[in-house]
Design a protein around this ligand. Structure first.
Ligand code: NAD
Length: 488
């Protein structure tokens, strides 16, 4: 078993309290590692290190080209350790291998993308009525506290670190207490490729204590949070104490709208992927299927027929395409929602239970679950379950589908399936969601902005928006006349 340390000011350290936590493979129950359980004292040390590194200016005054090149090196190092990262992601959070492979590739691409963008940060000059020279320059925000969840440990850490570092900020990253291992491996890469001490700090531990310190401490200029909406509210409340810059990437209850004129085969395929990729532990998961009544029966029958193709198991086993839920506590939560759905009167079409067989006994597995005849007001239609549970709601008209799609507190993602692109576009234009798809679901790109409307968040990650989120804006006015102004 591996005993891990965390990264503060370029040193690998234990928690000041000496406390540790076991990190468990959710498919097998095996203990993978022991990591420090940091608290607010450790977070304060990491914040002080980042503050010093930022205020001394070593990183922010490093030429953009050099910052970019270091990020390219991080990308290359991730690819050099590709198999190690894949296995770690599978074992740490339970995803199937092919999804972990996608994540590791995407993480390397993300560092490369922001390495390239480091040299494209630029301001403007403005014409002024009095002839002075006015410039707008972009500067890093400063010290950024970055808090991420457990469902995409490497990718979520990357989405935070790459743009912040490209822009010249110094950071403290806190991965989820459940899945810190790939972030610690990233930390090793940062020290190996030559990031100065204090520029990247990675602390492991829970939200209470370490996470709260990042969102309240006055020496942190920005807090960037990805996680549940309930936690997001707390983080936002804490950050108001000293008016921190804030980005929130929160939960979703995302609709898939399937019209009778869709390409049936393709829509069935994408719907299963939308609902069950990464065990449904995806903020943008299509968890509400709104399907037109004329094809409702046929569509749902086909979904149910195909569900047995979804092979559950340890993500490193051949043929496995769905892993366990991240923890037994999370499985309890998902199972309680399944019971709520049954009590609310929804019709359970498949799943709803743990798979049987010895290979599943030690893991947190739940079968892919589909509820039909869901009333839009039911809790399983309104609340984020964050597991492999799809709620099917039939509709008659386009107007009804749009109203149903918008009828939750969330506004993260949505997908529309129709052969009529005019309709597709018309419908998407009326959906209150930040990430949308027509005739596909889930593809996402480092170059495109990611984030939600309504209570799914504030701000955007990725693309040009992602680097904007880590930049301040300063105006510089240079007076060009040597004569006294003669005001008094
Ligand atoms: P969570 O909110 O429980 O925890 C997220 C992170 O916040 C963890 O690192 C946790 O330790 C920390 N935290 C907890 N309490 C805190 C506090 N009081 N102050 C500061 N930090 C605190 O979420 P989770 O269960 O880890 O992840 C699942 C959630 O994340 C889902 O709701 C999902 O939709 C959301 N998510 C959103 C996106 C997105 O891009 N919008 C992406 C992935 C996941």
């Amino acid at each position: 078993m591996l005993e891990k340390k965390m990264l503060i000011n370029g040193e690998w350290v234990a928690a000041k309290s000496g406390k540790t936590r076991e990190i468990i493979d959710p498919a097998s129950g095996e203990i993978l590692a022991i990591v420090p359980e940091s608290d607010s004292e450790d977070a304060k040390l990491a914040i002080a290190a980042a503050r010093k590194a930022f205020d001394q200016g070593t990183w922010r005054s490093t030429p953009a080209q050099a910052r970019g090149k270091l990020l390219f090196k991080v990308a290359q190092a991730i690819m050099d350790k590709f198999e190690m990262f894949v296995e770690l992601e599978v074992k740490d959070c339970g995803k199937p291998r092919r999804e972990a492979e996608f994540d590791v590739n995407d993480a390397a691409n993300c560092f490369e993308y922001y390495g390239g963008l480091a040299t494209k940060i630029h301001g403007h000059t403005m014409q002024t009525p009095d002839g002075s020279v006015s410039m707008i320059v972009r500067e890093p925000i400063g010290v950024c506290g970055q808090i991420v969840p457990w469902n995409y440990p490497l990718l979520m850490s990357t989405w935070k670190l790459a743009p912040a570092l490209a822009a010249g900020n110094c950071v403290i990253l806190k991965p989820s207490e459940l899945t810190p291992l790939s972030a610690l491996e990233l930390g090793k890469i940062f020290t190996e490729v030559g990031f100065p001490p204090g520029v990247v700090n990675i602390i492991t531990g829970p939200g209470a204590g370490a996470g709260e310190e990042l969102s309240t401490n006055p020496h942190v200029d920005k807090v960037a949070f990805t996680g549940g909406t309930v936690t997001g509210r707390k983080v936002m409340g804490n950050a108001t104490q000293n008016i921190k810059n804030i980005t929130l990437e929160l939960g979703g209850k995302n609709p898939i709208l399937v019209f009778e004129d869709c390409n049936f085969e393709s829509a069935v395929d994408w719907t299963l992927f939308a609902a069950f990729a990464n065990q449904g532990e995806v903020c943008s998961a299509g968890s509400r299927l709104l399907v037109q009544k004329s094809i409702h029966r046929k569509f749902v029958d086909e979904l149910v027929k195909r569900v047995p193709r979804i092979k559950l198991g340890h993500g490193l086993k051949d043929g496995v395409v769905m892993g366990p839920l991240v923890s037994s506590a999370h499985r309890d939560k998902v199972e309680s929602y399944i019971q709520i759905g049954i009590k609310e009167g929804a019709k359970l079409l498949c799943g709803g239970k743990r798979p049987s067989g010895s290979e599943y006994e030690k893991g947190n597995f739940v079968e892919p679950t589909i509820f039909d005849n869901v009333d839009p007001k039911m809790r399983i239609a309104q609340e984020e379950i964050f597991g492999p549970v799809l709620a099917v709601i039939p509709f008659e008209t386009e107007e009804e589908a749009i109203a149903l799609a918008n009828d939750t507190e969330y506004g993260l993602a949505a997908g529309v399936f129709t052969s009529n692109l005019t309709r597709g576009h018309r419908v998407i234009n009326q959906l209150r969601a930040g990430i949308t798809w027509i005739n596909n679901y889930h593809p996402t790109y480092n170059e495109m902005p990611w984030g939600g409307y309504k209570q799914s968040g504030i701000g955007r990650e990725l693309g040009l928006f992602g680097i904007e989120a880590y930049l301040e804006t300063k105006q510089i006015n240079i007076w060009m006349d040597d004569n006294p102004v003669g005001w008094y």
